[in-house]
Design a protein around this ligand. Sequence first.
Ligand code: FES
Length: 159
Amino acid sequence: MKETIESQTLDLTKLDKIVSKYKGQEGVLISVLQEVQAEFGWVPREAIKRIADALTVSLGQVYGVLTFYAQFYLTPRGRNTIRVCRGTACHVRGTNANLRAVERILGIKEGETTGDFKFSLETVACLGTCFLAPVMMVNHNYYGKLAPGKVEPILKQYG
Ligand code: FES
């Protein structure tokens, strides 16, 4: 069965355990959100209300933090994160063709997640390994001197 965002159920026990650890404490909002995201891979809407109640902060404050910091995700993420570098060094060595290859193979665009939640695709300004340009990362692994023909075998290694 194809998994969808709607069919994902949230383990409220895990959520409540995290939230209760911080209940009543001040200045812990970012820590709670980080822990929730580490547990679920994103910050679900149900979590936001419970966090606001437990820490006696407004929903607006929680959303403010979530939208200010790029590290937080408000939609479910794939189990594997692909980062294609769009920096200058990678650009001049053909990173756009690699990005198109990823998009074609997975059927998603930058910023999207596959329907089976296997992959999320992002682009970044520089991965800090320009000498390997053009570069792509999957999770913590670097793939340098990448070419479109190498993309599919790499992605097949991830489940
Ligand atoms: S520009 Fe791509 S790694 Fe630096």
